[in-house]
Design a protein around this ligand. Structure first.
Ligand code: S3P
Length: 426
């Protein structure tokens, strides 16, 4: 589907967004693992989280959806039903990688498949360390889906230093470790999102080697209730739109402000953005607050390597902000972008060229300079939700608007994007 946007005049109003995708995936998974009923309020309505629920339905977990919450009837320790068919993870890397950690500890075999994009993404990053725990997993020769998880002999605890800065890999190992009496230690040298640790209440320790995270059966989840805060990665698109449109003011309520996710706010503030945090509180150990955003004149700043994992999903929209900022926008140390839902370095560079900008592409990033074309452009989403949303925002800021193809891909994280935009764009 092609979707066209006209230039907007300004942004005004208040938004409350669906629950954070990373927290929703984990809430669904941990509720499915716990024995008994859990309640999830404001769960993400994304296709990705739907994929997680579909996988667990095939493992015998029951979900009862009401307007206000999802009730999950979890199965308990090693008590899932053997799936009759393959578990289809759709477009979702988080579903695939996290569930692989749970499945390798079960007493049945399973197969995980995915869509075209997910079937190209690297899986050895989880398979190799899970194999060190004794897991019996096979992939294609290229290390991609389908992933065949067979019944393992006895799993063993590990003391493992992460080789990739990836919360998905870290979580897969921590989840497998929940099935063992003996404690495993996962060592992280570059901080990545820590929702798994926080929701499961895992013990962590700062050492000279890095952060040590401990997980064992004593951390296995019990039934719980949670209200998932609004997704900061989704909020980022509205934040940038409100910053760049003239005479704008936007409030986004109850946003997840976990310190491993707020890099986007810090970088934008360094660029001169007027963003303030109001009314902070904690939900299940996770910081939540309202954001107030006002139109701002911004300038490009150096983006340090250490912040990259914290802003990894926000780089597409941050780059859009960078076009409107004083100076050139440049990002490096972001090679991970090449193995996301699309090769995001390639996708971004392609579209910025279409927008009339000068682009220098590097293996681990890119630099943009020049000025935007006045022509109406049709942007290529590459079927990647964050690329589609970033160029939707750019279209709304261009003199003659713009068009985004395969626009339906926004549903992977935010099926309600158009209604939300209609509410606040004037
Ligand atoms: C996620 C971790 C990140 C992120 C993804 C969600 C998670 O992926 O890009 O959108 O929920 O754990 P990596 O672990 O591959 O960096």
């Amino acid at each position: 589907m092609i979707y066209s946007f006209e230039k907007i005049n300004y942004v005004k109003g208040e938004l409350e967004l669906p629950g954070d995708k990373s927290l929703s995936h984990r809430s669904v998974m941990f509720a499915a693992m716990a024995k008994g009923e859990s309640i999830i309020r404001n769960c993400s309505n994304s296709e990705d989280v739907h994929s997680t629920m579909e996988c667990f339905s095939k493992l015998g977990v029951e979900f009862e959806k009401t307007e206000k919450y999802i009730k999950v009837k979890g199965k308990g320790y090693k008590n899932f039903n053997a799936p009759m068919i393959e578990l289809y993870a759709g477009n979702s890397g988080t579903t695939t990688r996290l569930i692989s950690g749970i499945l390798c500890a079960q007493n049945f075999s399973s197969i995980i498949t995915g869509d075209e994009s997910l079937s190209k993404r690297p899986m050895m990053r989880v398979v190799e360390p899970l194999r060190l725990m004794g897991a019996n997993i096979e992939t294609t020769a290229g290390g991609t889906l389908p992933m065949k998880i067979k019944v393992a002999g006895k799993l063993v605890p590990v003391n493992y230093k992460l080789q990739v800065a990836s919360a998905q890999v870290k979580s897969a190992l921590l989840l497998a470790a929940l099935h063992l009496e003996e404690e495993s230690v996962i060592i992280e040298t570059v901080p990545t999102r820590n929702h798994t640790e926080k929701l499961l209440g895992l013990r962590t320790e700062e050492t000279t080697e890095g952060t040590k995270i401990y997980s064992s059966k004593k951390n296995y989840p019990e039934p719980f209730e949670i209200t998932v805060p609004s997704d900061i990665s989704t909020a980022a698109f509205f934040i940038v739109l409100a910053l760049l449109a003239k005479n704008s003011e936007l409030i986004i309520k109850n946003v997840s402000l976990n310190e491993t996710r707020t890099g986007i706010i810090e970088v934008l503030k360094k660029m001169g953005a007027e963003i303030s945090i109001e009314k902070e509180f904690l939900e299940k150990g996770e910081k939540v607050g309202d954001l107030l955003i006002r139109s701002s004149a911004i300038r490009n700043v150096e983006i340090p390597e250490s912040v990259i994992p914290n802003i990894i999903d926000e780089i597409p929209i941050l780059a859009v902000a960078g076009i409107f900022a004083e100076g050139n926008f440049r990002i490096n140390n972001a090679k991970e972008l090449r193995v996301k839902e699309s090769d995001r370095i390639k996708s971004l560079c392609h579209n910025f060229k279409l927008a009339g900008l000068n682009v220098d592409e590097f293996e681990d990033g890119f630099e943009i300079s020049g000025s935007l074309t006045e022509k109406q452009v049709t942007f290529e989403s590459f079927g990647d939700h964050r690329i589609a949303m970033a160029f939707s925002v750019l279209s709304m800021l261009m003199k003659n608007g713009g068009t985004v193809n395969q626009f339906e891909s926004v549903g992977v994280s935010n099926p309600s994007l158009v209604e939300q935009l209609k509410k606040i764009c004037k």
